[in-house]
Design a protein around this ligand. Sequence first.
Ligand SMILES: C[S@@+](CC[C@H](N)C(=O)[O-])C[C@H]1O[C@@H](n2cnc3c(N)ncnc32)[C@H](O)[C@@H]1O
Ligand code: SF4
Length: 338
Amino acid sequence: MKIATAIQYFKLALRMKVYRHPFTNFRIGLHFLLIRINILLKTKKLTISPPNIVFSLTSRCNKTCDFCHYITELNSPEHKEDELSYDSFVEILDSEGCPSVGRICLYGGEPLLNKDFFKILAEAKKRKFLTSIVTNGLLITKYKSELQESNLDLMTVSYYPEDVEKIKPSLVNISKYIPINLSYVVSNNRIDEIEKFLIYARDINAAMVTIENLRENGITSEESLKENEQLKSQRVHLTENYSKHFILRWSGFNKIDTVNLKTSCVDFWDTIFVNAKGQISPCCQYPLNSYFGDIKKKSSSVNSLEMLKLRDQISSNQAPKNCEGCHYLYAKDPLYKS
Ligand SMILES: C[S@@+](CC[C@H](N)C(=O)[O-])C[C@H]1O[C@@H](n2cnc3c(N)ncnc32)[C@H](O)[C@@H]1O
Ligand code: SF4
């Protein structure tokens, strides 16, 4: 890592006020280190829970993005009851399957549609978790005062060109008290928008910017980014021009040839997705109807037969079925989940 980037991360850590709870944050660091060791040793059965817990607060959404992993499932009758309540959240945090320190990301569907959102966030903060949200931003104006008081550590806002102008004033304001990670899912036919996106990120004072490769999910007709020379040089030029304004993170390009590539995704060790029923999934790319087990018990969640098999597959260089089309599978990715 370059010194300038290290300084940017240091400043972000200060904005996230990690110094407020030095002992807890030291424990979180240690937890990540232990998981790293488990990854290096290719351990199948974990003795500690993954430190990143992503809660899917709702399967409802106020948008219908045609590239979305969940587009056929969101707002469907089958999933309309998928709403995590504050009481269930507390029950999960108190259980043996959930780590007592780590990072909690509030996800969806659109997480701000969950009526208990701010109570859930306050509980996670009370327990000294590092907290983040991934949102399409459509409700941030409505909830601007609640957000201002929330002490949320990081807010990932997805950049959707059709909405960004109307939420710009709110983002400029929110970025004064919550560090913003602006994220853009790019496909092969949306490369031209990248520079506009970076200018927007600079205008709203984003602390971090993520250029995420589209994961082909069998639903979208778009193609993910493929390694090509024109894109590579554009990436170099854009990085030079914009990385002084924010931490600039590019996800890997999909490799054209996947034969003989090594699988290197670490998600099955360090992250767990939890839905409203307390069931789990190893990744955001997996469909909502594939969640299984019970987060509250290690034996039926992080150390369930399904998870042991997935860790075994990745360790022995096989691609699980639901991972097809994902660039994280083969890329040593610079992205750090937010
Ligand atoms: C599923 S959405 C949920 C949170 C919120 N509704 C939003 O759009 O930010 C979380 C993130 O996944 C991204 N995403 C959805 N489908 C994707 C796909 N096929 N490939 C890559 N990222 C995707 C979205 O753009 C968003 O940044
Ligand atoms: S990407 Fe986010 S905003 Fe778009 S449909 Fe999916 S969950 Fe909703």
